[in-house]
Design a protein. Structure first.
Length: 103
């Protein structure tokens, strides 16, 4: 059986209370070209922008009405140790976990 390996990420997204400031930073400072700006289907007052990071790889900035009224948190507690098994090693919050070798 052939195991399919991921070869990229279509897009990642962040939430912003000030899309204009984020787009200015990511286009002018980081150099990501703006590829689309859309109203979010089914989300009143929601909009999202797509910036190109590379071929077939995008970064999305999402703005929702009232998002600036939600309190920000610097960290959320996790229920127990987080572990991700990977073919070449593993990630874990446990000090006994072996590191993932760098390619």
């Amino acid at each position: 059986m052939r195991v399919q390996q991921p070869n990229g990420i279509h897009h990642i997204a962040i939430m912003s209370a000030d899309m204009k400031a984020q787009l200015t930073f990511f286009t002018q400072v980081m150099g990501f070209p703006l590829k689309g700006l859309f109203e979010m289907h089914g989300v009143p007052g929601g909009k999202h922008a797509f910036l190109e990071m590379g071929p077939e790889s995008y970064f999305s900035v999402v703005e929702l009405a009232g998002i600036d009224e939600i309190p920000a948190r610097s960290a959320l507690p996790m229920p127990g140790p987080a572990r991700v098994n990977a073919p070449r090693g593993r990630c874990s919050t446990s000090p006994s976990a072996s590191p993932i070798p760098r390619a």
